[in-house]
Design a protein around this ligand. Structure first.
Ligand code: ZN
Length: 501
């Protein structure tokens, strides 16, 4: 009889500070055979699970594939519906379970989203192997480790090894089923709340530690090592960095080797703790840097990356602090956006092209810090272009898919060309500007609400980039002082001093 596998995807990186709700619809859930169709051929961990299962003739159950962009705590009924579907499939009986999870989900009624799901699955099928692929930004918990057999995370950020991570998990679980390996999994949680901009695996401390993990994976008996940077915009007890090591108990020193590797990596991370901290410059200083960079030789615009409001970390895509400051400082020939404001788009669609008008832009999503709200930015200008907002992605991230901005306009003022969209979008494709008629090569400055995803596309066309945070904070500000952490374990660096040995 062929193997029976349950394969599912349930992903959300929860920014508990975000004002953007996360109902079931945000996940665009695909159920049953639709999930299989949706993920077959995808370069995701679930895509790899399906390929591995099909190549060995296993029978596959795919109860669900559900992915939502980062936003606030997941609605209770959304969480329950997806977990119920997975658990129902497991309850029907299977030989192994392969899950494509993020690892930083906080749900209403289940703070440790993944841990609670895995615990429930294990209760239903206590002897069935469970393999989990995780994002590098997972906030690992003891419940997640205790209720799975194999857990491997991405080793890249920007994430380009989702598929390879899935392959790794599938390979280990299938070897486990054939009794070729017996996984032993251990982990270390570090008292470090690393910053997303410091989890780039192409530079600095994160690159060093991940390279060390890759080297240690070659040791006899070691099956896999993951370095989790964690996701810091979650007021959740277990948010932060961790290390997971898996070894094979068929190897006599398996436990010792795993514990030694975990300990060595944990100590190295502590030694390099400063390398995981990001200190935001004052907004005005960043803008002055941008003006200086613009004066230097070279072609292309200077990019202003507003990481205080980054959609892929739970941003609202509608704050205007950096834009307002740049305009006040006299920036000219500036392109900006997309800024999401469906109310203003509707108003401008009624007014039509080339008619001078005044708008109040952005700051409608309700981001609040200590009762400080932000006011819309008043601007005068004309609509230069109207667009459906469907953009065919030509860049390297999500190539060939449709990026949906909703009805959008190009609004032109004396100093700036601004893309205003109806839906929140991270600018990971040039089309968000070029389709609206902006030629970024001819701009002096391009303001993007993005910290990482825009880089592969926009950076090569630019003279350089300047990271800008808002002094007033924002839904994804890099200044931790702008967030009230209450539930996170203490002490944790850099909110507190590093605990001494
Ligand atoms: Zn991530």
């Amino acid at each position: 009889m062929s193997l029976r596998l349950v394969i599912a995807r349930f992903q959300h990186e929860t920014n508990t500070f975000s004002p953007i709700a996360t109902p079931l619809e945000s996940f665009y859930p695909q159920w049953g055979s639709d999930a299989l169709t949706n993920q077959t051929g995808a370069r995701t961990a679930m895509g790899a699970f399906i390929d591995a299962a099909q190549s060995m003739g296993a029978s596959i159950q795919t109860p669900v594939a559900a992915y939502a962009n980062p936003s606030a705590t997941v609605d209770a009924n959304a969480y329950q519906s997806v977990c119920d579907a997975i658990c129902l499939a497991v309850a029907k009986g299977c030989d192994a379970i392969l899950l494509d999870l993020h690892g930083a989900m906080v749900a209403s009624g289940a703070e440790d989203g993944e841990g609670s799901l895995l615990e429930r699955i294990r209760r239903i099928a206590p002897h069935t192997p469970i393999g989990v692929a995780l994002d590098l930004h997972a906030n690992l918990t003891s419940k997640m480790v205790a209720n799975s057999d194999v857990m491997i995370s991405f080793k890249t950020y920007p994430h380009i090894d989702m598929y390879q991570t899935g392959e790794h998990v599938a390979r280990l679980v299938l070897a486990m089923l054939k009794k070729k390996i017996k996984p032993y999994m251990t982990y270390r949680q570090l008292p470090i709340l690393s910053h997303t901009l410091r989890s780039n695996t192409n530079e600095g401390a994160m690159q060093e530690i991940v390279n060390q993990a890759i080297a240690l994976e070659k040791k006899p008996g070691v099956l896999g090592i993951s370095i989790l940077a964690g996701f810091s915009l979650a007021d959740f007890y277990d948010a932060g960095m961790s290390v997971v090591v898996i070894s094979d108990e068929h190897y006599s020193k398996a436990r010792t080797v795993a514990e030694e590797c975990a300990q060595q990596l944990a100590e190295q991370i502590i030694d390099r703790a400063d390398g995981f901290v990001y200190t935001s410059a004052p907004s005005q200083a960043s803008l002055e840097d941008a003006l200086r960079l613009q004066q230097k030789p070279g072609s292309g615009p200077v990019l202003l990356l507003d990481h205080s409001d980054n959609v892929m970390s739970g941003g609202t895509c509608d704050t205007t602090d950096i834009l307002e400051l740049a305009l006040a400082r006299g920036f000219n020939n500036l392109a900006a956006g997309p800024i999401t404001d469906p109310t203003t788009v509707n108003q401008l669609l009624k007014i039509g092209l080339e008619k001078k008008c005044s708008i109040a832009l952005g700051n409608r999503s309700g981001w609040v810090y200590h009762d400080q709200t932000k006011n819309p930015l008043v601007l005068e200008g004309v609509v230069k272009k109207i667009h459906s907002g469907d953009i065919l992605v030509r860049g390297p991230i999500f190539t060939g898919s449709i990026l949906r901005m909703g009805p959008s306009v190009l609004f032109e003022t004396e100093q700036a060309q601004i893309v205003i969209s109806s839906e929140r979008v991270e600018p990971y494709d040039l089309g968000v500007m070029s389709e609206l008629g902006i030629e970024i090569q001819n701009k002096s400055f391009v303001l993007l609400k993005s910290r990482m995803y825009c880089r592969p596309v926009f950076a090569p066309l630019s003279k350089g980039l300047i990271e800008c945070d808002s002094d007033q904070g924002g839904p994804t500000s890099s200044n931790y002082d702008r967030f009230d952490f209450i539930k996170i374990r203490r002490p944790i660096f850099p909110l507190d001093q590093l605990p001494s040995e």
